[in-house]
Design a protein around this ligand. Structure first.
Ligand code: 5MM
Length: 336
């Protein structure tokens, strides 16, 4: 078993999942302003530190994805943030892409940037304590999109990123996100997501990636947010498992879904249904941003020094998702 495989398995063992706290300053500012808290470095740290020191970090959160600002900050007890996360029994990781930009010659689509200088940045993050990384490609569904150009160029960038990350002894999270925006059907999402993931693996294999040392972070198969023909949770789970079964090589140890705009409960329920139907060898867990943080952030904004209550809310979400990652969640447990 390679060291990278051991790390990937450790992040996702026993129903653990990942807390995606890697919002760039722009996104975090939107989140904080929406709940009327000024977006200062101190406030961004305070909210994140509140989550990182919650008791569910031990046992439910196997890894935390940080943003450049946070990985360099110190917690109130003077530990660096990666030290705090490690002390809580979790593993620190870092987002290393520099964002999705307009794709030349297909101006309604995006290409994720950040390869220039990446090798040196990775060395720095490794020294700061990161053991894994994340890079997100984004794709939208319309009649013409995602285009072959967007599918190929993002897959190529993800593979070049993954190669550099493994060279630096860290586990790359490969995140191709097919967005929920639009009125497409779940069938369209299935077809496009399968094509996107399959192209990613074609490129990952070409770039000689050790597939046992990565984590895939895909979207679930959902109908578009504006679609009138919604499918139920069981169908979402069935199509999601099928898509991954036909698209992901068996060497990959784990899949950690993004929540992508689902409500907290939807994201938990769908993950649970996926695991109740999971007839593959892949671990299927979570790597949620909004679906782990929304209620906690709302509560925290009422009194940013009420750490205990905010942690209670976060702990509940983390525990519910850990149950869901094992197919053991129920509405009764949710409302207990
Ligand atoms: C936490 O948000 C990440 C993106 O931040 P920026 O847009 O500011 O770069 C995002 O990649 C996130 O990690 C994933 O989409 C999962 O988050 P959700 O909220 O979809 O579960």
């Amino acid at each position: 078993m390679s060291e990278l495989n051991t790390t990937a398995l450790k992040i996702l063992e026993n129903g653990k999942g990942i807390l995606a706290a890697d919002e760039s300053t722009g996104t975090m500012t939107k989140r904080l302003e929406a709940v009327k808290v000024p977006s200062t470095p101190e406030n961004r740290l305070l909210f994140r530190e509140t989550l990182f020191s919650a008791s569910s970090m031990t046992g439910c959160i196997g890894g935390v994805i940080l943003y450049d600002e946070t990985i360099k900050q110190k917690s109130t007890n003077k530990y660096s943030i990666p030290e705090l996360i490690s002390k809580m029994g979790s593993i620190p990781g870092i987002k290393v892409d520099t964002g999705a930009k307009v794709l030349a010659n297909s101006l309604d689509e995006k290409i994720t940037e950040g390869l220039d200088g990446l090798r040196d940045r990775l060395k720095e993050y490794y020294k700061l304590g990161a053991k894994f990384t994340k890079w997100r490609g984004v794709y939208n569904i319309t009649k013409e999109h995602p285009s072959k150009l967007a599918i190929y160029s993002n897959a190529h960038a993800l593979a070049r990123y993954a190669a550099l990350v493994q060279e630096c002894n860290m586990v790359p999270i490969v995140e191709p996100e097919v967005l929920m925006d639009g009125n497409h059907s779940a069938h369209d999402c299935f077809i496009k997501t399968s094509e996107v993931i399959q192209k990613c693996f074609e490129e990952l294999i070409l770039h000689k990636i050790d597939l046992s040392g990565i984590i895939l972070k895909p979207n679930m198969i959902l109908s578009g947010a504006e679609s009138k023909n919604k499918i139920d949770g069981k169908e979402i789970a069935k199509m999601t498992v099928e898509c991954l079964k036909i698209s992901v090589p068996t060497e990959v140890p784990g899949i950690a879904f993004l929540s992508g705009g689902q409500s907290e409960i939807e994201a938990t329920e769908n993950l649970d249904l996926i695991n109740k139907q999971n007839n593959t060898n892949f671990i299927m867990s979570f790597s949620y941003g909004r679906a782990l943080q929304q209620s906690a952030l709302k509560h925290w904004s009422k009194d940013i020094n009420n750490i205990e209550e905010t942690q209670k809310i976060f702990n509940h979400r983390a525990r519910m998702n850990t149950l869901a990652a094992q197919g053991k969640w129920s509405k009764e447990l949710e409302n207990k």
